[in-house]
Design a protein around this ligand. Structure first.
Ligand SMILES: NC(=O)c1ccc[n+]([C@@H]2O[C@H](COP(=O)([O-])OP(=O)(O)OC[C@H]3O[C@@H](n4cnc5c(N)ncnc54)[C@H](O)[C@@H]3O)[C@@H](O)[C@H]2O)c1
Ligand SMILES: O=C(O)[C@H](O)COP(=O)(O)O
Length: 395
């Protein structure tokens, strides 16, 4: 029986992927085998020694202490692309709300008295509507920073709106490049994108290299009246720099999913409460994907969509499987195999993969190892952890 500790509201469709004969799912366990969460900021003290894996039902993993997870041999998963469409649709809403004063218009109408005669109301609306006029997004230029799962969808959507699209992504993967519409023009650097766009939408992760990336210096280079949209993370944008650019009028509007007190009560700012991925569809997609990845790992040791471990999938043969995480250094694997041989254990199948500082091995053996052998394996220099994975009881 595996125990899955959840944080945040996880879609029931995802939780249902854990058959209750083999999994307990709850939000308050003493010894969970795995953690399934969304944006909860996970403290190191919340990752108890029993935890074997962590899955983020979503994209950003900046709420998880990745480095210590890697050192402890804990794979962290996310769900690439599973909420990208939801974010794309809200970016469309953000661009439209920044171009037409829909918010001001709705507020104006709702503040009218319900005792007003209908004919008077009609006259007043026709008189006042010029205050809420705007412009169209067709023909304008959108700059997309970060052309991964979300950025590529936003770029495609903007092309459908009749916009010109320019993009910047210094670390674009081959897979992401294939997804990108050929009409998206590639910018060599962020400054040239910021200097050409009418709308700029951010879709990059928060990393040491991207913290405060959009600051006063960068914003000084935008065209008068540019709209900046941040549906990525608060830390990427320097709020003081944004307020300064809004005050100076260089930035026309700021639309963000990450409100800050200094942005409240401004007509040139549109604030949303981090709802980019809050659709039934996205929540379900993320939860199902995260749950399936956790199951594949707990049941078989297989790893897909981890942000700190290599991808590895070994079809299950009969018998027992050992999963070993070790430092990515020469000699560790041969030491492990020697120990198995010395204990007359035959390796039926195996796979070894590495990523950065760690390596991970799936070893199928014909005989279940005894407690002594597991202890010896754990003591091999460079071994981080050892799991013995019996064939799962639930299909
Ligand atoms: N508002 C929300 O609810 C919401 C929902 C989903 C994701 N997000 C945020 O959006 C981010 C992107 O999500 P995604 O699914 O597209 O991720 P992704 O990994 O598919 O794409 C991120 C892209 O950013 C690029 N990148 C990295 N550093 C960059 C830099 N310095 N300049 C430009 N590009 C850079 C990467 O190469 C990659 O192509 C997530 O990390 C998360 O923080 C927010
Ligand atoms: O990174 C993400 O996937 C988003 O920020 C969504 O966060 P949420 O799951 O808390 O809505």
């Amino acid at each position: 029986m595996f125990r899955i500790q959840t944080y945040n509201a996880i879609s029931v469709k995802g939780l249902d992927r854990f058959p209750r004969d083999c999994f307990e799912v709850g939000s308050d366990f003493g010894h969970p085998d795995a953690i399934l969460l969304r944006s909860h900021k996970l403290g190191e003290d919340e990752i108890l020694p029993s935890v074997k894996a962590i899955a983020r039902a979503g994209a950003g993993v900046n709420n998880i202490p990745l480095e210590s997870c890697t050192q402890r041999g804990i794979p962290v998963f996310n769900t690439p692309g599973a909420n990208a469409n939801a974010v794309k649709e809200l970016v469309a809403a953000g661009m439209l709300l920044a171009s037409r004063d829909v918010v001001g218009g709705i507020r104006f109408v709702n503040e009218l008295s319900d005792t007003m005669p209908p004919a008077d109301m009609g006259k007043l609306l026709e008189k006042e509507k010029k205050r809420f006029a705007g412009s169209e997004i067709r023909g304008k230029t959108l700059g997309v920073v970060g052309l991964g799962a979300i950025g590529s969808k936003v770029a495609r959507m903007a092309l459908h709106f009749g916009m010109e699209v320019i993009g910047y992504d210094p670390a674009l993967s081959v897979e992401a490049a294939w997804r990108l519409p050929s009409d998206v023009q590639r910018m060599e650097n962020m400054a040239s994108l910021f200097g050409r766009a009418d709308f700029i939408s951010l879709h990059l992760p928060v990393l040491d290299s991207t913290r405060g990336l959009v600051n006063a210096d960068v914003l000084a280079g935008v065209r008068q009246g540019t709209v900046l949209l941040n549906f990525a993370r608060e830390e990427i944008v320097d709020t003081e720099g944004v307020v300064q650019a809004l005050e100076e009028g260089t930035l026309g509007r700021f639309v963000t999913d990450f409100p800050h007190p200094s942005l409240l009560q401004r007509d040139d700012v549109i604030l949303m409460p981090h709802i980019g991925a809050s659709t039934a569809e996205a929540e379900e997609n993320c939860a199902v994907m995260a749950a399936d990845q956790l199951r594949a790992f707990l049941d078989h040791g297989n790893i897909r969509n981890s942000v700190n471990f290599p991808t590895i999938e070994l079809e299950r043969t009969q018998g027992c499987r050992i999963a070993i995480t070790n430092l990515n250094e020469p000699g560790v694997l041969s030491h492990i195999l020697t120990l198995l041989g010395d204990n007359e254990i035959n390796v039926v199948d195996m796979l070894n993969k590495s990523r950065d500082s760690i390596a991970y091995n799936l070893i199928d053996i014909d005989t279940a190892p005894g407690v002594d052998l597991v202890q010896q394996l754990e003591q091999v220099e460079g071994v981080v952890n050892v799991r013995v994975i019996d064939p799962p009881a639930c299909p």
